[in-house]
Design a binder for this molecule. Sequence first.
Ligand code: GLU
Ligand code: ZN
Length: 298
Amino acid sequence: MTAINSPSYIGRFAPTPSGHLHFGSLVAALASYLDARSVGGRWLLRMEDLDPPREEPGAQAAILHALESYGFEWDGAMVRQSERHDAYAQVLDRLFQQGLAYACTCSRKQLEPYAGIYPGLCRNLGHAREGAAIRLRVPELEYHFEDRVQGPFRQHLGREVGDFIIRRRDGLYAYQLAVVLDDAWQGVTDIVRGADLLDSTPRQLYLQELLGLAQPRYLHVPLITQPDGHKLGKSYRSPPLTRDQATPLLLRALRALGQNPGTDLGDASPGELLAWGTRHWNAALIPRTPALPEAQLR
Ligand code: GLU
Ligand code: ZN
């Protein structure tokens, strides 16, 4: 693999500070880092702090501390989504004025029977924006892309998603809008993240198309799951990434990604493991599955 400087690759890690990083986050961070660094690319850090009510106090500092103690070095200053509201507002206004987005006043209870797929009730009612959620009209089209690990992925936006929220009723911007605008603004060429976001990707492709933005390449790594099949999270054996666990957890994360660090690396420092991973990175070895039970990796 060539390691010459390739500014044509810009990757990123984009944690949400709703809690500390856990082993699943480490796998995603490591994959995006190694995929970028192995081709001499840039690696950015973006704090996705769009939702203050769900932010855990101290989580941002804990995330930065964990990344640093696991040897990760990012390029440039970290970007916070909480500082990008003007950019989101501008695009939202435009979409609204163009009739591509509309205000929705439906209550949660009203939408209960529709199993998460918005049936378009407010589409043509011309509600005012104040105090309403803003939804993006989706086309009756299937969107598809070729994921570098998971292969072809397709989703019919009208039938499987429906018009989706880009700004919540409480005024908070939605992840789908912010992520697309920020990835484009930061020039991100390659998105490497957990497979729980596979089914968000078609919505993001549609937004990119609508806004005339370049489409990045996508690589979704297996989601590390609990015994009950859920994403690893606060509830089950997912302690914070402490410094004293850095070497064993980085080794386990490398193996979860199909890489083969030798047993001689058992005493390596985090920096040495990241350097080894960068030299030996082979994305073709990543397991082609959307989910990996954590218990299998011990
Ligand atoms: N902030 C998202 C999360 O923590 C990741 C967004 C992305 O990688 O697109 O799940
Ligand atoms: Zn509605």
